[in-house]
Design a protein around this ligand. Structure first.
Ligand SMILES: [Zn+2]
Length: 344
């Protein structure tokens, strides 16, 4: 080894020692002073302008993978709730399914039709107060699509009432088979005769406005007349002075406004989508069949015509052709805010 080579080797070795000891020094060095660290952070905060080019690359590759996976649109049935009380109703919706002219039979034996609102199909399944509480199977089939579930009718206690009515009044109304049958035929024809579109606007209002009244027979009362005949009272009787104004509980079309043997002066308002309000025993009628009434319009006055023992308004609401609790609808409206529960 020449002298110059020895010198070169020594030079390289010393350089290695210095660099490695330099490393050790930085690792074991005391903490960087606050000024130094703030300088580091302020220096690093000026970095991002050059950084994005590096970050964008992995992110931009992800959307391509999402686009490649084609979304699968499947039919979906949703419930507002799968439990409803006697005298209440279920609301269900169907999405991504063609339900034009589609009927299915509900667990209570009625043909149910879906109506369209904002591109989604809806259906009401009302529960008559005479329905027993319990579990009921529900099946909907449409083409290849089939949906099965169980809905629950929760119990609710209703009152019982014994009502003494003059025999002459009963003979001319409830005990007259012709009157009963003609009313049954009338009810059967009217209750399905609703507008497909929603006509109501917002919450339903009390039909007597701010007038004080006494509830003489509440919805769902099982009553026995002095003649022995029984019935479920499917509305609320509101006793108040004769001539008290009656207002449209919500907007809609007058489906019927005339006198009937059993119910006296009668008004039916079609609020659309299967919801109707029924008003019996009126003194005066201020609207005509075919009229469109705004919510809150005066439609008539309280009286005691037909099978009635005193001035009162018999106020009922049908949902999908069945009388449900009318007072439960006041201050609210059918809720379409669904939570998806099952898709099959
Ligand atoms: Zn009544």
């Amino acid at each position: 080894m020449t002298k110059s080579r020895k010198f070169l080797t020594a030079l390289i070795l010393s350089a290695i020692i210095i660099s490695s000891s330099g490393c050790e020094f930085s690792e074991n060095s005391p903490a960087i002073s606050p000024e130094a660290s703030s300088e580091v952070s302020s220096e690093s905060s000026s970095l991002p302008e050059s950084v994005p080019e590096v970050i964008i690359t992995p992110e931009s590759s992800e959307p391509e993978e999402i686009i490649e996976a084609e979304p699968v649109i499947e039919p979906a049935i949703s419930f507002l709730s799968q439990t409803a009380e006697r005298g209440s109703y279920f609301v269900l919706s169907a999405e991504n399914i063609d339900l034009t002219d589609f009927f299915f039979t509900d667990p209570f034996g009625y043909n149910r039709r879906f109506f369209e609102k904002d591109g989604i199909w809806y259906c009401f399944i009302p529960v008559d107060p005479s329905t027993d509480a319990g579990y009921y199977p529900l099946k909907i089939s449409c083409g290849d699509f089939e949906f099965k579930t169980t809905i629950t009718v929760a119990d609710r206690k209703f009152k019982k009432q014994y009502l003494v009515v003059e025999q002459a009044t009963l003979d001319a109304t409830l005990e007259d088979a012709a009157v009963r049958e003609s009313f049954a035929a009338f009810f059967e024809e009217k209750r399905w005769n609703f507008t497909e579109e929603k006509l109501w606007e917002g919450e339903f209002l009390p039909p007597l406005g701010d007038s004080w009244y006494r509830e003489t027979t509440s919805y769902g009362t099982f009553r026995t007349f002095s003649s022995g005949r029984t019935e479920w009272h499917n509305a609320t009787d509101m006793a108040v002075g004769g001539g008290t104004p009656i207002f449209a509980t919500n907007s809609g079309k007058i489906l019927f406004a005339d006198w009937l043997g059993l119910t006296g002066n009668t008004i039916i308002i079609d609020h659309g989508c299967g919801i109707m309000s029924w008003h019996y025993h009126l003194h005066k009628i201020n609207v005509a069949e075919g009229d469109f009434v705004e919510k809150g319009t005066k439609i008539g006055t309280v009286g005691t015509t037909g099978l009635s023992t005193g001035n009162h308004l018999h106020f009922g609401i049908t949902v999908g052709g069945i009388f449900t609790d009318p007072m439960a609808m006041i201050g609210t409206e059918p809720n379409f805010d669904f939570e998806k529960v099952k898709t099959e």
